[in-house]
Write a protein that binds this ligand. Structure first.
Ligand code: DGL
Length: 273
């Protein structure tokens, strides 16, 4: 029986992570679920993001996934802990759900020389405080400056991110980040949708600073996790098969998803609950 690694995002953004997982760990099977019908999550309440994420995780478990990666910062910030602590023990005690915030915060402090890091994320991720809280644990000497960029996900989901109209909102949020400190030398894209706007964002970076993208960091961390957990590694099937599911239109998904994934793909439709 196929036991793929489940990869979840509110929409397309997690495909930027999946692409790196497949590049780093091509032997495994993966099942991707994008909850496009209810995206974006970034502006929704804790309860809503938790409820939606839990439904998607349960669906991935029913597909045979022993391990699910929440390739979405908003879901990782707002739902992961409750799922790990309250739901997993009674629902599927042998399965695991991992997020993208912990692996990122474990390493991001290594990139800064000034000790000042800028975080670009959805409103939900920013208001959760997850990044400053987690970075403080690993790099107590680092100061974190957060900037919510609520219009970037809608621009990306609507394929407007490359158009000149997007420039205004990129400049706007980057100006607000730069106004928080003149010493920021490391800027993290803490939303899996933002790598698509990377070039535009790079034009507004604080002078001499570097832009950090999560995909490769998460892939490296998953490789390490599987090495440290042979009981889980042996449960993940290894045929190099990929399946893609969306809660919205498959035509839209297939037309749009290749921009994120880098290759054409074909999705299947599901209805949740
Ligand atoms: N891609 C998700 C993240 O990393 C957010 C997208 C959304 O707002 O739904 O935060």
């Amino acid at each position: 029986m196929s036991q793929p690694i489940g990869v979840f995002d509110s929409g397309y953004g997690g495909l930027t992570v999946l692409k790196e997982l497949v590049a780093r760990l091509p032997q495994y099977d993966y099942t991707y679920l994008g909850d496009n019908a209810r995206s974006p999550y970034g502006t929704r309440s804790f309860e809503t993001v938790y409820h939606y994420t839990l439904e998607c995780v349960q669906w991935l478990f029913r597909q045979g996934c022993p391990l699910v990666v929440l390739a979405c910062n908003t879901a990782s910030a707002k739902a992961l802990r409750t799922i790990q602590q309250n739901d997993l023990p009674r629902m599927a005690p042998d399965n695991r759900v991992l997020g993208v915030i912990r692996p990122t915060t474990e390493v991001v402090g290594k990139f800064t020389r000034t000790g000042k890091i800028g975080i670009l994320a959805t409103r939900g991720t920013v208001s959760s405080g997850s990044y400053p809280i987690e970075i403080e644990k690993f790099f107590p000497e680092v100061t974190v400056f957060q900037q919510a960029c609520p219009l970037w996900v809608p621009l990306v989901e609507n394929n407007e991110h490359d158009k000149p109209g997007a420039d205004y909102f990129v400049k706007e949020y980057m100006d607000q980040l730069r106004a928080q400190s003149s010493d920021i030398d490391t800027v993290l894209l803490a939303c899996t949708h933002y790598p698509l706007m990377r070039d535009k964002i790079a034009r507004h970076l604080p002078k001499g600073s570097q832009l950090i993208v999560q995909g490769e960091i998460v892939a490296e961390s998953l490789a390490d996790y599987l090495l440290r957990h042979p009981e889980m590694e042996s449960r993940c099937s290894k045929n190099g098969h990929l399946r893609f599911f969306t809660t919205d239109s498959t035509e839209d998904f297939d037309a749009h998803a290749s921009i994120f994934y880098g290759k054409p793909l074909q999705s299947e439709h599901i209805i949740l609950s």
